[in-house]
Design a protein around this ligand. Structure first.
Ligand SMILES: Nc1ncnc2c1ncn2[C@@H]1O[C@H](COP(=O)(O)OP(=O)(O)OP(=O)(O)O)[C@@H](O)[C@H]1O
Length: 314
């Protein structure tokens, strides 16, 4: 029996349409399955926690965007005890892009039903405080960060632009549109970063006029920006990018170079490889994990979970 967790609302309702097609295929081929639909924000975490509590569950198949995958991963108690199948249908699809997964839903389903290649993936975790709780954590599969990139994610979620562009299959453009408006309204600020290096030593660095900083498990975020070109999700290393000190007009010209990963050659772009990174800013900044908003925080700490999760590649 295959277990599916479906976000019917992904990409403005495409999730339901795609599921209908896949369900027909499962029925025609007499493949037994059970399906659970997400009904509200964070529901996928609860469903995943509930489903993974069943020791007989070996493979959980997720149909949705990066946000749905994030919620599912956040809900799994024992990462090493489950195999993940993923059918990507979001608008940014950074996880599927970085992992080279098929973005054709039927092809992705066929790979999951007859898997031949697997990857063992690190999962990131972001820790922070809230007013009511001294310790909160949220996992990430792709990236987590604060500043400009997170402010774009916050704004895209509330913007009607994404819903409109998703209907035209141009959802990725919503990130570009919102990024342009955010660039002109944001004020870069100082940021202190404490890195636990691969050797175990600690490095403290103060940056000025920072646009954003992100900890990345995958190479790309934001719909294909290859911010950390060296990132490898299986290498037990967290990659970090800090962008500081550019005039706004230069940032605008620089962003497109990140699609190819060429931004790293510019002064003001800093990348690191580490075990853990603590980002501290003098003022609260937008924070995200895999594009899902985590409200405003002055400090977050990002690291990798000790266990890996098995993902079906093809
Ligand atoms: N039934 C639902 N109705 C509305 N929102 C939902 C529902 N189920 C889940 N969600 C929310 O949808 C968001 C995630 O959507 P998802 O990532 O799957 O698609 P997307 O936003 O189109 O793609 P991407 O994240 O790649 O841009 C999450 O914030 C999740 O909490």
């Amino acid at each position: 029996m295959y277990t599916f967790l479906v976000n019917p609302g992904s990409r403005s309702g495409l999730g339901q349409t795609v599921w209908n097609t896949l369900e027909q295929y499962l029925k025609e081929n007499e493949i037994s399955y059970q399906v659970f639909f997400t009904k509200y924000q964070r529901h996928a975490s609860k469903l995943a926690a509930h489903l993974c509590a069943d020791p007989s569950l070996e493979t959980l198949i997720v149909l949705g965007g990066d946000g749905t995958l994030n919620e599912v991963i956040d809900g799994i108690s024992d990462l090493s005890g489950i195999t993940l199948g993923y059918i990507p249908i979001g608008s940014s699809n950074d996880f599927a892009r970085s992992m080279g997964l098929s973005r054709d839903p039927l092809t992705a389903l066929k790979h999951i039903l007859k898997p031949s290649r697997f990857a063992y993936l690190n999962i990131g975790v972001t820790e922070y405080e809230t007013d009511s709780k001294p310790y909160c954590r949220r996992r990430f599969a792709v990236s987590s960060g604060l500043g400009f990139d997170a402010a774009v994610c916050h704004q895209v979620i509330v913007s009607p632009l994404k819903r409109f562009l998703n209907k035209l299959h141009l959802g990725k453009l919503s990130y570009v549109g919102v990024a342009l408006s955010q660039i002109f309204t944001m004020t870069p600020c100082d940021m202190h970063i404490r890195l636990t290096e691969l050797s175990g030593d600690t490095e403290e660095i103060l940056f000025h006029k920072v646009y954003f900083a992100a900890a990345m498990n995958q190479r790309t975020e934001g719909g294909g920006f290859r911010f950390c070109p060296k990132a490898d999700p299986s290498d037990d290393i967290l990659d970090v990018i800090v962008v500081e000190g550019f005039p706004k007009a230069v940032i605008l010209m620089l962003l497109p170079t990140a699609f190819k990963g060429w931004h790293v050659f510019f002064k003001g772009i800093h990348t690191y490889q580490c075990k853990k990174a603590t980002f501290t800013s003098p003022k609260p900044l937008a924070v995200h994990t895999d594009g899902e908003p985590v409200y405003l925080k002055r400090e977050i700490t990002c690291s990798l979970e000790p266990e890996k999760i098995r993902l079906i590649l093809s």
